[in-house]
Design a protein around this ligand. Structure first.
Ligand code: FES
Length: 341
């Protein structure tokens, strides 16, 4: 089997990528974490410039919605090398493969705050603590080697348990298969922590947090972490859904009025009920941002956005466009349907 050498521009990092493997997977095996979220060529988080070398035809490029603007930009979750490569990812870091753990967690509580959302509370074995950063996700390990990613909704200090917000997908092997059968006391294998969607704490910049539906989970973790840290960072949260049930945690929003009174919260529905029972804001989340925030007003902010890929793409567009956010300060996690079994 042919192996190609991938080098990261401006560093002495080099790793091997065998024929057929994506650059993203080869980097992870070598202990190099590159930005990613969906791994399916949808979210654009893994885009990087190719400075030298060739990719296997058909694995290059990506759509405009993924944030790709240049001919030499590619999605590393799809890109497979056809020669040695020199790449310039948006950022990278070395990881300690031993830091990622597989844990046996017990189902502690199952709640159904909306018809298509389950909040699953898992408890770790006595003395075992989860290590993760606010905003990161875990992978539920399913039989036959399949995995499903879900963000932790609890904060990192609250580390003897894991809270997951799971939207049901028709035919989904986990959400529509295993999840409805889970009973309190059942065991799930989970691997954590994953992902580079996590709160950067070396900054005091004001935060704009934006969530669509169950994209609220990692945002909840970030807000709870800010509260725990007694952080004085200004933060504003936008949570959008189609129908009222998509905004399934009103008690949490009410609690933050006491625990984090400075947090400004806006909830927005794109398909409010026709009976007039929704008296809040209507429309799409990106339009609400545009309406509320002046041109260039995000120039000194950091944005954390989580939701469906189309929403994340639209948020990126308005934030890094008219609202003036520097592209490197748009952090996102896109939930991509895993499809039926
Ligand atoms: S991780 Fe590559 S496009 Fe989402």
């Amino acid at each position: 089997m042919t192996e190609h050498t991938i080098r990261i521009d401006g560093s002495d990092v080099a790793f091997a990528c065998p024929d057929g493997e994506t650059v993203l997977d080869a980097a992870a095996r070598a202990g190099i974490e590159l930005p990613y979220s969906c791994r399916k060529g949808v979210c654009g988080n893994c885009r990087a410039h190719l400075l030298d070398g060739r990719l296997v035809p058909g694995t290059e490029g990506g759509s405009h919605e993924t944030g790709i603007r240049d001919a030499n930009e590619h999605l590393l979750c799809r890109a497979r090398p056809d020669s040695d490569l020199l790449i310039a990812p948006r950022h990278w870091q070395r990881t300690d493969p031993g830091e990622r753990k597989t844990l046996q967690a017990k189902v502690f509580r199952v709640q159904r705050p909306a018809p298509d959302v389950t909040v699953l509370q898992l408890r770790l074995p006595a003395g075992v603590r989860a290590r993760f950063k606010a905003g990161q996700h875990l992978q539920v390990l399913l039989p036959a080697g399949e995995r499903r990613p879900y963000s932790m909704a609890n904060a990192p200090h609250d580390n003897d348990n894991l809270q997951l917000h799971i939207r049901h997908e028709a035919g989904g092997r986990f959400s529509d298969g295993l999840l409805p059968t889970l009973q309190v006391g059942d065991t799930l294998s989970v691997e954590l922590a994953h992902g580079d969607f996590w709160l950067r704490e070396d900054s005091e910049r004001p935060l704009l947090l934006a969530a669509g539906g169950t994209g609220f989970a990692p945002i909840r973790s970030i807000v709870e972490h800010l509260i725990r840290q007694r952080s004085g960072r200004a933060a504003r949260l936008y949570w959008g859904g189609r129908v009222p049930a998509d905004l399934y945690a009103p008690e949490q929003l009410a609690r933050w009025k006491t625990t984090r009174p400075s947090l400004e919260v806006e909830t927005v529905l794109s398909r409010p009920p026709a009976d007039g029972s929704w008296t809040g804001r209507t429309g799409r989340l990106p339009a609400a941002l545009l309406a509320d925030l002046g041109e260039g007003s995000l120039a000194d902010h950091e944005v954390y956005a989580c939701g469906a890929p189309a929403l994340v793409a639209a948020l990126r567009e308005v934030c890094t466009g008219p609202l003036g956010l520097p592209a490197g300060r748009f952090h996102s996690d896109a939930f991509v349907s895993q499809g039926p079994a």
